[in-house]
Design a protein around this ligand. Structure first.
Ligand code: ZN
Ligand code: ZN
Length: 263
C-alpha cells in the first residue's frame, strides 16, 4: 500500500465509508485485494486460528478434543474459580496471525479492523447474542481514550451490534483510574489491580437494570478486567453478563494464561 493510501486510510479512521467507494477493499491482514470490505483473503482465512467448539463455555479457551472438554464443558481453571460472568466466547486464538488484526486496531489507528474482527465475533458469539439485550464494551480510562481517540472495544461492540442487530451501550461503564499495565502480573495481582477501577455510570444504572448484557473486549487473557466489569454490572442489577472477545490467549503447560498485549 502506498504511503499516500495508508495516510488517507489513517486520516479517515472510522469513516472508511467514503474511501471504500474509491479504493478496492483490502484484506486487513495482508493488503491483498478482496471482494468486499471487512473480509480476509482466502490465504489469511486459512492461516487464521478460529476458535470452534469444543471450547470452555466460560472462558472460551479451545479444547484439543471433545473428550478433554469434560462433562461441564469448562476448563479446569474455570471449574476451580468460575469467572463472575455466565458464558464466554472468543473468535480467534490470540496468536501471530490474530495479532496482525488486533494490535493495529489497538495501537495503529486501523479502526477498520474492527469490521473483520466483529464479523467473526458475531459468528462465534451467535448463541450469546441471541440472549442479549445490550452489548457493552470494556471501558478505557478517559486519559487513554483522549490519547488514542477511540476505544477499540467500543468499535468491536458496534461492529458486532450492526451485524447481529443488537443494541450497544458504549458508555455503560467507566474506568475510574488508570491501572498499571497488566502484562507480567499474576492473575491475583491483575484482579487486585483492576478491582474497584471499574464502575457503572450512575446515569446508566437504571437503564441497565434487568438487561442481559454481553461484554465486549479485544483480548481475553486472565479475565481480570472483564471480571471487574461483570462484577460492576451485576452489582448494578443486570440480569446476566456474558463475554465476547475478538481473541483468546492460549494456556501454557502450567495452565497459566499467556501474555496479552498492554492496554
Ligand atoms: Zn490476507
Ligand atoms: Zn475456562
Amino acid at each position: 500500500m502506498s504511503v499516500l493510501t495508508r495516510s488517507v486510510r489513517i486520516g479517515l479512521g472510522a469513516g472508511r465509508g467514503v474511501l471504500d467507494l474509491v479504493l478496492p477493499p483490502h484484506c486487513p491482514a495482508c493488503e491483498t485485494i478482496v471482494d468486499a470490505p471487512g473480509r480476509l483473503c482466502t490465504a489469511c482465512f486459512r492461516r487464521a486460528s478460529l476458535i470452534v467448539p469444543p471450547c470452555c463455555v466460560r472462558c472460551g479457551v479451545g479444547f484439543a478434543s471433545v473428550g478433554s472438554a469434560g462433562l461441564a464443558l469448562s476448563c479446569p481453571s474455570c471449574l476451580d474459580s468460575p469467572p463472575p460472568w455466565r458464558f464466554g466466547r472468543a473468535a480467534f486464538a490470540y496468536d501471530e496471525f490474530s495479532r496482525l488484526l488486533v494490535l493495529p486496531l489497538k495501537y495503529g489507528d486501523r479502526t477498520e479492523n474492527a469490521v473483520v474482527l466483529g464479523r467473526h465475533m458475531a459468528r462465534a458469539g451467535r448463541s450469546l447474542l441471541e440472549d442479549c439485550d445490550r452489548l457493552v464494551p470494556v471501558p478505557l480510562h478517559r486519559r487513554r481514550l483522549f490519547s488514542r481517540r477511540y476505544n477499540q472495544a467500543a468499535l468491536l461492540a458496534q461492529a458486532v451490534g450492526r451485524l447481529s442487530g443488537r443494541a450497544v451501550m458504549v458508555d455503560a461503564l467507566a474506568r475510574m483510574r488508570q491501572t498499571a499495565p497488566l502484562v507480567g502480573q499474576s492473575p491475583s495481582e491483575r484482579r487486585r489491580s483492576v478491582a474497584d477501577a471499574i464502575r457503572v455510570r450512575p446515569q446508566r444504572a437504571a437503564a441497565l437494570r434487568g438487561l442481559r448484557v454481553v461484554l465486549v473486549d479485544d483480548v481475553l487473557t486472565t479475565g481480570a478486567t472483564l471480571g471487574a466489569c461483570a462484577g460492576a454490572l451485576l452489582d448494578a442489577g443486570v440480569a446476566s453478563v456474558d463475554v465476547l472477545a475478538a481473541a483468546r490467549t492460549a494456556r501454557d503447560e502450567t495452565g497459566e494464561d499467556r501474555q496479552e498485549p498492554p492496554e
